[in-house]
Design a protein around this ligand. Structure first.
Ligand SMILES: NC(=O)c1ccc[n+]([C@@H]2O[C@H](COP(=O)([O-])OP(=O)(O)OC[C@H]3O[C@@H](n4cnc5c(N)ncnc54)[C@H](OP(=O)(O)O)[C@@H]3O)[C@@H](O)[C@H]2O)c1
Length: 249
């Protein structure tokens, strides 16, 4: 099993979950000597691999750049998988990407999903809602001189280790040939999540709830980020996640 982006937030947990189940996963990233946008090192990394979990990401902010990143990486991955005889390509995506046109990352993810669905490798797509870590990430992006802007997004977030567990479960099974949605147990708004996360971290940053001066478009308002009724519900709630955050310090 190979985990693309295996040194990232989701990828690290996925590698750990695979190891805990007795697998010998190959983490793939530039840190481990592989650049999937050029394909350098990919054939060696996938030698002997039966299934691939793609948890790659990029922080590019322009739609065309994100589309180029996910197109190049997916094309290189699928071609290398075909050469290596990989039988299952699992990609981690995001709930609601088809309902939000103006988000650059989502534009890239749509290209990634379409290429996987049209590709020759049997596939499964796991579309997760936002992670509990997302509120603090947004604070990191918008923070200026002790103040951060947070858009009032409604979501049903989930814990990264729970998403990693679903990715592993799907990857060891037969290819689904369809998308399954994964979400946490409760709805939350991002401003409240940010306040509570920063409180347990002891971070006194001042938060401003606004659609201005932050990277998300108002088309993400309302219920567009919520999963469908048949979403797989992951076990950890936000309160339990906050307790782990408090312990981490
Ligand atoms: N954030 C959310 O709330 C959320 C919700 C649902 C789904 N998702 C999806 O989850 C996925 C993973 O997100 P994440 O937060 O775990 O990302 P992350 O922490 O930023 O990790 C990204 C990984 O990709 C690797 N990478 C980047 N460019 C690369 C390249 N050119 N070649 C090889 N490896 C490369 C990075 O390693 P190196 O830098 O060492 O190369 C890293 O291991 C994303 O696709 C995202 O769309 C996110």
């Amino acid at each position: 099993m190979a985990v693309i982006g295996g040194t990232g937030l989701v990828g690290r947990h996925t590698v750990d979950a695979l190891r805990a189940q007795g697998h010998d996963p190959v983490p793939v990233s530039r840190t481990t000597g592989v650049d999937v946008t050029t394909g350098a090192g990919l054939d060696e990394a996938l030698d002997g691999v039966g299934a691939v979990i793609d948890s790659l990401s990029t922080e590019v902010r322009e739609p065309a750049e994100a589309e180029r990143f996910f197109a190049a990486s997916t094309e290189n991955l699928l071609a290398a998988e075909q050469r290596a005889g990989v039988g299952h390509h699992v990609v981690l995506s995001i709930v609601g990407i088809d309902r939000v046109e103006g988000n650059a990352h989502y534009a890239g993810k749509r290209v990634q999903e379409a290429m996987v669905q049209d590709g020759a490798i049997p596939w499964s797509i796991v579309a997760a809602t936002q992670f509990y870590d997302f509120a603090a990430q947004v604070v990191g992006w918008t923070r200026v001189d002790g103040t951060a802007v947070i858009p009032p997004l409604l979501m049903r977030p989930c814990a990264v280790p729970d998403v990693a567990a679903v990715l592993v479960e799907v990857a060891v099974g037969e290819p689904l040939g369809r998308t399954i949605e994964v979400a946490g147990p409760d709805n939350h708004d991002l401003v409240d999540m940010a306040r509570r996360t920063l409180a347990v971290r002891g971070d006194a940053v001042r938060l401003i709830a606004s659609w201005r001066d932050q990277p998300f478009n108002v088309e993400m308002a309302g219920e567009v980020l919520l999963p469908g009724d048949d979403a797989r519900v992951t076990p950890m709630n936000f309160e339990t996640w906050l307790e782990y955050e408090a312990v981490k310090g």
